[in-house]
Design a protein around this ligand. Structure first.
Ligand code: ZN
Length: 272
């Protein structure tokens, strides 16, 4: 259905030769113009002319890439703009049905005249101006029986309304698909963001731990250094003190003992 509607609007814009273009581009993206020309069995210039015409109406879109193999010329890659084309078609149908409706209204509310020989129609005002005679052949104008025409116009309008509802349906389909792919994209983006956040958090935590370890090490080092100094000071000072004290003690002991000996000697002498 969608493809059929697209063919209608594409050929309306670029001629019957472009119908095959829809088969080539439908549901594809960025198709190489040389491939398109080959499939259409047209020259590259004919193909480009067709595509440019469609691009002017926004029905197709291109990107271009410089081709080093082709001497730095640009190669164009084409994409059919499905939604845009459907909207364009809808616009066109709406215009057609509006003009048919006004024609129907005028047939139903005003009198119309025509010349049987020349098949030319005149509204009431113009018929009066011509004195109800055909300016081409002089034949007397006849009044149109609106019922002969309104039935046909009504049928046409109904047909256009059907096409319109088909287009609306397809636009809905395209939009639903767009919505879905948008949701999918957002989901993927959300997931990626979450993973990125997790990764960053992990890195932050790692750095935090590293920083904490570093701090502890510094603390430990400073404690160790401090302790070491203390110990060294202790081991340096204390033995000295101790030695000194010991020496003093020894000296004292000596003096004590010599005093004691002298006393002992003295008391022994007294006893003797
Ligand atoms: Zn006539």
């Amino acid at each position: 259905m969608q493809e059929r509607l697209l063919k209608k609007i594409i050929t309306d814009c670029a001629g019957p030769e472009s119908e095959k273009l829809v088969d080539i581009l439908y549901k594809k993206q960025n198709v190489n113009e040389f491939l398109i020309a080959k499939k259409l069995d047209l020259t590259i210039n004919q193909t480009r002319n067709m595509l440019y015409k469609l691009a002017d109406s926004g029905l197709v879109q291109f990107i271009r890439k410089k081709d080093k193999k082709k001497g730095g010329w640009y190669t164009y890659f084409w994409t059919l703009k499905t939604k845009r084309s459907l909207f364009k078609y809808k616009e066109k149908i709406l215009k057609e049905s509006t003009s048919l409706e006004s024609r129907l209204k005028s047939l139903e509310t005003e009198r119309h005249f025509y010349c049987e020989n020349c098949d030319i129609e005149y509204n009431e005002e113009n018929a009066l101006l011509q004195d109800y005679t055909c300016p081409e052949c002089g034949e007397i104008l006849k009044m149109k029986n609106p019922a002969e025409f309104t039935g046909h116009i009504k049928k046409e309008i109904k047909g256009l309304q059907e096409i319109q509802s088909q287009i609306n349906e397809e636009i809905k389909n395209v939009e639903a698909k767009e919505e879905k792919s948008k949701e999918r994209r957002l989901k993927v983006e959300k997931k990626e963001k979450e993973e990125e956040r997790k990764k960053r958090k992990l890195e932050r935590d790692k750095e935090k731990k590293k920083a904490e370890k570093g701090k502890k090490k510094i603390k430990k080092k400073s404690v160790k250094k401090f302790k070491g100094k203390k110990k060294k000071q202790k081991t340096k000072k204390r033995p000295g003190k101790k030695k000194f004290q010991k020496k003093v003690l020894k000296k004292r002991d000596k003096t004590k003992s010599s005093l004691f000996k002298a006393l002992k000697r003295f008391s022994n002498k007294g006893r003797k």
